[in-house]
Design a protein around this ligand. Structure first.
Ligand SMILES: *Cc1c(COP(=O)(O)O)cnc(C)c1O
Length: 385
């Protein structure tokens, strides 16, 4: 009997009707319409030749966006925190000496993961929003002589961008591997893994790549790959074991887990959009939108938490003006304009807004629309009266 594949009736209505939001928060960011269309395509099996064709293209395009030649560049089936857990569980073992540069919430999450692996953890701490200078960072690494160094490139809890060249140089001098969290920066600003000297970098799909949450791109330098090959005990985490995942996605194509074809389609489309625009043009677009946004909020009399030279382009952190209830501002934006932004938390709770301008929303028109609504919501919360 011949089997036929029926086309699903696409006119049938479905059970959910999500509200339409403009996602100006720190993530998830606005999903590009073409990504949604890619996600509506038929699922293939996780071992289908077509799946590996898509996965291979994704690997090639990711190398470009990460700025790396690393052979080991692929995707973990998890959110950004899964990429973090992959990086840390594979390269940190009981007794590994780890230096963690700690200036925000996600650095703390990395520290916690390293602790749980039984590492000997040493933290260099700074207040949220500050960054580490080249000299002090290098000095700390030289004095501690760790085996692994960790830092967050774009610390989303505070809006600060940490340069990594001096950290990587000093780490390599003492023979340490460098793990960098590039979750928010990838696709929106220069990550430059090879130029910076990062050994292991990971990211997510729902911030700079304009896709829904669900996958975590990761890249591993030849040095780190050698180290991993020589590791004697298996990773305590089976699911995040890089050797097993690399085997599935790049070598034998043997089953490890059921990767979501839908999410791989999404990422394929998100990366194709970047390739079409040109990576540097895309950075430039985000930089321009960032500068326009900052100019707009400063014209309203707001101050930015982070000094100009250290700002993340796609995640802005203006301070909440004196006497303004930031939760009220956010509620108004959501209710009256369908705009989602976020507030600060931890030591910055009630003190900053976190406003992401990225992907399809990083345009002059969207920035102006956002600024108008934001200004109105601020006035409604008592600002300027
Ligand atoms: C969002 C974020 C993460 C965590 O990613 P999830 O996708 O929420 O798991 C990690 N690090 C940084 C810097 C982030 O901004």
């Amino acid at each position: 009997m011949a089997t036929t594949v029926e086309k699903p009736a696409i006119t049938e209505s479905i059970s959910i009707h999500p509200p339409r939001r403009l996602l100006f928060g720190p993530g998830p960011s606005q999903v590009h319409p073409r990504v949604y269309r890619a996600m509506a395509q038929p699922v293939v099996g996780h071992l289908d030749a077509y799946f590996f064709e898509i996965s291979g293209n994704v690997q090639r395009m990711l190398r470009q966006v990460f700025g790396t030649q690393n052979e080991l560049t692929f995707v973990i089936s998890a959110t950004g925190s899964g990429g973090m857990e992959t990086a840390i569980s594979n390269f940190v073992q009981p007794g590994t000496k780890v230096v963690s540069f700690a200036n925000g919430f996600f650095c703390d999450r990395m520290s916690e993961m390293a602790r749980r692996q039984g590492s000997e953890l040493v933290r260099f701490e700074k207040p949220w929003g500050e960054v580490f200078g080249d000299e002090e960072a290098a000095e700390f690494i030289r004095s501690q002589k760790p085996q692994v160094v960790m830092y967050v490139q774009a610390e989303t809890s505070a809006g600060a961008f940490q340069r990594g060249d001096a950290i990587c140089k000093a780490a390599h001098e003492v023979g340490a591997l460098v793990i960098a969290d590039c979750v928010t920066s990838l696709g929106a600003m220069p990550v430059e893994v090879d130029k910076t000297g990062i050994d292991v970098a990971y990211s997510c799909t729902q911030k700079g790549l304009s896709c829904p949450p669900g996958l975590s791109p990761i890249t591993v330098s030849p040095r780190a790959a050698e180290w991993l090959k020589a590791r004697e005990t298996p990773n305590r985490s089976w699911y995040f074991d890089l050797k097993l995942i690399a085997d599935y996605l790049t070598v034998s194509h043997r089953y490890h887990h059921t990767a979501s074809a839908t999410m791989f389609y999404a990422l394929h489309e998100g990366l194709t959009l970047i390739e079409e625009e040109g990576l540097e043009d895309r950075w430039e677009r985000h930089h321009k939108a960032h500068l326009e946004f900052v100019k707009g909020v400063e014209a309203m009399g707001l101050e930015m938490l982070v000094p100009a030279a250290n700002r993340i382009w796609n995640l802005n952190t203006p301070k909440v003006p004196q006497g303004v209830d930031e939760a009220k501002v956010r509620a108004t934006l959501l209710k009256e304009h369908g705009i989602e932004i976020a507030g600060g938390f931890g030591p910055l709770a009630g003190k900053i807004f976190r406003i992401g301008v990225m992907g399809p929303l990083a345009t002059s028109d969207h920035v102006h629309g956002l600024l108008a609504a934001f200004g109105k919501a601020l006035r409604g919360a008592g600002y300027g009266r």
